[in-house]
Ligand binder design. Sequence first.
Ligand code: SAM
Length: 397
Amino acid sequence: MPITREEAFTEAASKILDTNSFVRAVLSGRRRNMTVDFERIDIRLVEIKGVLHLQLMQNDGRATTTKNLLPSMVEVDQLLNSGYANIMVESTDEAYSIRVTKSGDAQVHTEKRQSEQNLSHDKKKERLLDSNDPFLREVGIADAKGVIKPSRQDKYKQVEEFLRLLSPALNAAIEAGQIHKPTKENPLRITDLGCGHAYLTFAAHQFLINSGIPVVVTGIDVRPDSRDRNNKIAEKLGITKTINFKAEEISKTTAETADIAIALHACDTATDDAIAWAVNGGSKLLLIAPCCHHDIQKQIDAAPEPWGAITKFGLMKERLGDLLTDSLRAQLLRLVGYRVEVIEFVGGEHTPRNLMIRAVKTDAKPEQIDIDRYCEITAQWGVKPALEKKLSTLNIR
Ligand SMILES: C[S@@+](CC[C@H](N)C(=O)[O-])C[C@H]1O[C@@H](n2cnc3c(N)ncnc32)[C@H](O)[C@@H]1O
């Protein structure tokens, strides 16, 4: 029998507050026309000095803040009503999921399954990549003993943190029906654009396969030596059926479209090629960490006043050029029907290029204010971003 949203929330709240059986809950996604303070909230039951608490881990896309509160101090009803579209409550004998549709109705699903309560308080950050995984040795990140090489620590960290953001974004997209549930017959398709030595490409493949997600991964890089090296590693690992590499320019690639496009530090306008390839092919999820930016830098002759006060300093002009480039990329994605976030995917100590553009295809019609903003910024600065010319569905001028 269908139940109302209020009834579904009441049921979910009582499951969260049942300390005999509650295991964890996840609140994610945003309801139509609502804003939320955090991208995702994880709730679990923990025991601190013999007293049960609800631990709230609130992630704003950049960082997670953790609070441990007595259950009576948590406004669970208010939390459930605060604008999240997907709510999952796991108890010891079932998982209770609510999806709030665009019209505000609640679709409820209950799945019988056994889970255990783990009340330990200090949850160590779980490693996503086992340093003993042979792929890390083959790509040169780990040594023969499975120890991460000191010179490769930063790359390892970048890749792992990249995956940490891929995983919830993929789950949310599957839950929201934006990406199909991957099966052996219809696996998830991921393409890594500008893959270089394919640290991220192999990592995404291994991580998803280990998580039981059927996937086919393609790595594209213009360099034939990268393709040959990476295909040899795939052969050695016996995974050529599910990972392959091409030596092609991104803008001319013969690769089929992908559900998810990823790019880690594809140089300059290769990042624009990557975004354009993904958008023009209808990719549902894009995780793009840009690299150096020259395109807009080169186009900025005279800054519109009063910005000359900033661009007269070379360093500031460069940083402002980077910001403009990525802001305009994000804006363009919005204009072609993607929901966009710009986040730091890893600490700045591991790479100064630590910004990520994460975009989910929603096909939402762009708001006029977003079109106006884009047109005014580009007109004021006298720039035409490389990406603008590459997006086949863009219709703003
Ligand atoms: C800085 S490396 C990053 C490699 C890898 N993603 C990583 O993070 O380790 C950039 C890579 O992009 C490739 N690349 C640059 N422009 C390209 C283009 N237009 N098409 C394909 N690959 C390109 C380069 O050959 C290089 O391997």
